[in-house]
Structures are given as structure tokens and as C-alpha cells.
Write a protein of this length. Structure first.
Length: 82
């Protein structure tokens, strides 16, 4: 869960800042063999990183972190802008 803040009008038209919790889904799943599948979501839907592939297979948590760093660099370079 994460906290988000938003402005809400009451019956008299007065705005007040309200803080509420929002559900956050993890970007990975652990498989039965101990490996991990990492995926990126946009609007709660997985983004295809390649045609027909929405996830990256990592054999260990360290490899998973390496893939995350590679994806961050690719996004900063604009490789996913199309």
C-alpha cells in the first residue's frame, strides 16, 4: 500500500486535502523453481517488452536487480517511447 493525497470538495464547496491508501502490485513473481519473472505495468496492464513477451526471466534476485537497472537505462534513453 502507498499513501496518495488528493483535494476533495465537501458539501459547502470547501476543498480539503485527503490522504488515502492505494494498492500497489508487485512487478515480479517467484516461480516454483526459484526463478523470478519481472514485468512492467502501465495502467494495471503488463507492457510487452518484445512482441508477445511481457516478462523477463531472472534466475536469482541479483539477476533481477541487474535487469531492472538495464530497463531503467533503456527508458532514460527513450527506447520505449514509441
Amino acid at each position: 500500500m502507498r499513501s496518495i493525497r488528493s483535494w476533495v470538495k465537501d458539501e459547502q464547496g470547501q476543498k480539503s486535502l485527503v490522504e488515502r491508501e492505494q494498492r500497489v502490485l508487485p512487478n515480479w513473481r517467484k516461480q516454483s523453481d526459484g526463478s523470478y519473472i519481472f514485468f512492467v505495468r502501465s495502467d494495471w496492464k503488463p507492457v510487452e517488452l518484445e512482441k508477445g513477451k511481457a516478462g523477463i526471466l531472472a534466475r536469482s534476485p541479483e539477476e533481477l536487480l541487474t535487469f531492472v537497472d538495464i530497463l531503467i537505462a533503456a527508458v532514460r534513453e527513450g527506447q520505449f517511447d514509441r
